[in-house]
Design a protein around this ligand. Structure first.
Ligand code: E4P
Length: 216
């Protein structure tokens, strides 16, 4: 299972990269807007830190515009993956980009049928948003489990990229469902490492170690 970092913040990406756990990065227009820097500069800097897929989202809502933006972004670096919203025009663009060999991530997936359509049109990744589903009292991870079953039924090569992860349970459930990737904020990555019993156990070991004679 791969871990992607869900941020456009360079400091967070550098910190996370130190763990050696980051297989890729996802961005979206909201995350990029927090950085107050040109989008392309941010993408190129991320590409210098992380050697893996970096999702860059288009903001056009017509197929021709999406394809034009996709080519511009994909031309920046080999690791750029084009994030396309799950809308009709996006799906027209997806068909063309798939045929042209451009890697894509279909975003804002909230139903099995949306995931199925994106897979049929050759998406490299699909991003179901589990946290936003939970926000409206739906069970986001149920959607991921259903998509995993559908993709397995038909052997689709499209990878499930679990997005909008807000806590460690989302990562655990994503792994149990067999999803290929979970993308998470830096705070969640750090939470994954922590367990209070680990901290208590280590403190006890170190305290007991003080009682061990230090000289032979
Ligand atoms: C990543 O691809 C998504 O854009 C992101 O995970 C959305 O997360 P949010 O619902 O917490 O904004």
């Amino acid at each position: 299972m791969k871990f992607f970092l869900d941020t456009a913040n360079i400091e967070e990406i550098r910190n996370a990269a130190e763990y050696g756990l980051i297989d890729g990065v996802t961005t979206n227009p909201s995350l990029v807007s927090k950085e107050k820097r040109p989008f392309k500069d941010v993408l190129l800097e991320i590409a210098r830190i992380v050697d893996g897929p970096i999702s860059a989202e288009v903001v056009s809502t017509d197929a021709a515009g999406i394809v034009r933006e996709a080519y511009e972004l994909a031309g920046l670096h080999n690791n750029i993956v084009i994030k396309i919203p799950m809308i009709k025009e996006g799906m027209k663009a997806l068909k063309q980009l798939s045929a042209d060999g451009i890697r894509t991530n279909v975003t804002l997936i909230f139903s099995c049928n949306q995931a199925l359509i994106a897979a049929k049109l050759g998406a490299t990744y699909i991003s179901p948003f589990v946290g936003r589903f939970d926000d409206i009292s739906e069970v986001g991870m149920d959607l991921v489990a259903d998509i995993a079953r559908i993709f397995s039924n038909y052997q689709f090569p499209t990878q499930i990229l679990v997005a909008s992860c807000r806590n460690p349970l989302h990562i655990r459930e994503a792994a149990l469902s067999g999803a290929h990737i979970a993308t998470m904020p830096f705070t969640v990555l750090e939470q994954l490492l922590k367990h209070p019993l680990t901290d208590i156990g280590l403190a006890r070991f170190l305290k007991d170690w003080e009682k061990v004679p230090k000289t032979v």
